[in-house]
Design a protein around this ligand. Structure first.
Ligand SMILES: Cc1cc2nc3c(=O)[nH]c(=O)nc-3n(C[C@H](O)[C@H](O)[C@H](O)COP(=O)(O)OP(=O)(O)OC[C@H]3O[C@@H](n4cnc5c(N)ncnc54)[C@H](O)[C@@H]3O)c2cc1C
Ligand SMILES: *[C@@H]1O[C@H](CO)[C@@H](O)[C@H](O)[C@H]1NC(C)=O
Ligand SMILES: *[C@@H]1O[C@H](CO)[C@@H](O)[C@H](O)[C@H]1NC(C)=O
Length: 357
């Protein structure tokens, strides 16, 4: 990839230190930009519900057919595969069930994922359909720390701050901003995005010798689904879920749901329990995370904004990826970085007429 030439590399501020912001910062740094990440949450804040990234499973398993997201996901799978030899990503056999072919997203990734195989009716719940494929998973807290360390090694500054508005991150030499604030909508006062909404996910982290993943969307329930995702290099941690409760902001885990999650997961993967009972499952913690979603799909676009009274600076919005932030990270962040590059080539950073301000 070509890097930025010239004695003074252009300065770019990335607001947000989740998987999207950090991946964008890393790609920018690799291209030679001077990058500062400004975020309320940074790698290490593993138990803070104010951001989504430490709560993820995190595996690669597409949830839709939005062509933009599909492209990001395909690109990201390729990147994640390159991290397998280092142990940062783990190959993961997935069995996936849905109530209909539409629930399998028309098999768009059959040619993208390895070993993609449709299951016969004898291998699926009655009336349902299923596939198997070889995916990858990452240990989300470790992965964030790795991203942060890669960034720091390339000179990226990670600065912890809670911003009232994006303009508070812009310095006189800032040439572009990436807005990767996830659910940050509530706090950023310069233009609130009313489409941003949380999707609550309750999970139970357990310890068990499980090396495969099941994603089962056949539960006859509007907001529930069953998934089991082993976490690489974690001493046997497995993420059991879960739910997709759109708009819910309830932070506490519901004990009845924990019980139900464990029962459903155990029915699919008996090795979760020492003795075949729910009581025989070693629970590490019950928890709740909020997927940073957006009605109508994620926002990835450039908007040129006036900051500091006189300068127009390109802002690239990169948020609202909802349940798919890890599996789309390299593609989505790569597109954000491309928009930054395009904006700087166009030389959009110009002095606006002062009279108008
Ligand atoms: C239970 C659960 C399971 C999941 N499983 C998977 C999975 O298997 N695969 C997958 O791909 N994805 C999964 N996800 C989704 C994934 O976690 C998210 O899509 C991803 O973390 C979004 O990253 P982000 O960088 O957009 O947002 P976030 O991680 O929320 O980061 C936002 C950043 O912006 C900062 N910020 C916000 N507002 C401000 C402000 N005012 N000032 C300064 N900083 C601010 C935050 O502090 C944070 O640094 C799961 C999520 C949950 C909750
Ligand atoms: C396909 O599945 C087999 C058996 O699980 C596995 O050994 C192999 O690594 C998989 N192929 C790829 C490319 O992941
Ligand atoms: C930045 O992103 C948030 C979503 O997290 C959005 O609500 C806000 O409008 C964006 N900020 C600006 C200045 O556009």
């Amino acid at each position: 990839m070509a890097s930025v030439r010239g004695p003074t590399p252009p300065s770019v501020v990335v607001v947000g230190g989740g998987v999207i912001g950090l991946t964008a910062a890393l790609l920018l740094a690799r291209r030679g930009y001077a990058v500062e990440v400004v975020a309320r949450n940074l790698p290490g804040d593993s138990l803070d519900q104010a951001w989504a990234s430490p709560w993820a499973g995190a595996n690669w398993c597409p949830f839709g057919v939005d062509p933009r997201v599909c492209k990001w996901e395909a690109e990201t799978l390729e990147q994640l595969r390159t991290l397998i030899p280092s142990g940062l990503a783990m190959p993961l056999p997935i069995t996936r069930f849905a109530s209909s072919e539409a629930g399998l997203h028309n098999h768009w990734y059959a040619g993208v994922a390895d070993n993609y195989t449709r299951l016969g009716p004898e291998s699926c719940p009655p009336g349902c359909v299923g596939v198997t494929f070889t995916s990858v998973s990452v240990n989300s807290p470790h992965y964030l720390e790795w991203l942060g360390a890669q960034c720091t090694a390339l000179g990226v500054k990670l600065r912890r701050a809670t911003l009232k508005a994006l303009r508070d991150a812009v310095r006189p030499d800032t040439r572009a901003v990436i807005n990767a604030t996830g659910l940050g909508a509530g706090e950023l006062e310069d233009v609130r995005d009313e489409f941003v909404e949380p999707i609550r996910g309750q999970i139970v982290v357990v310890r068990a010798p499980v090396k495969r993943c099941v994603m089962d969307a056949t539960m006859n329930h509007p907001t529930r689904s069953t998934y089991i995702i082993p976490r690489p290099n974690s001493g046997g941690q497995v993420i059991c879920g879960g739910c997709y409760e759109v708009g819910s902001t309830v932070r506490e885990p519901d004990p009845a749901m924990t019980r139900s999650i464990l029962e459903h997961c155990l029915a699919r993967i008996p090795e979760l329990s020492k003795d075949g009972t729910v009581e025989g499952i070693e629970i590490i913690r019950e928890c709740v995370g909020f997927r940073p979603s957006r009605r109508g799909g994620p926002r990835l676009e450039r908007e040129d904004k006036t900051f500091g009274g006189s300068r127009r600076v390109p802002v690239v919005h990169a948020y609202g990826i909802g349940p798919a932030g890890y599996q789309a990270s390299w593609g989505m962040a790569g597109e954000a970085v491309k928009l930054v590059g395009d904006a700087l080539i166009e030389g959009i950073v110009v002095e606006a007429p002062r009279a108008k301000l």
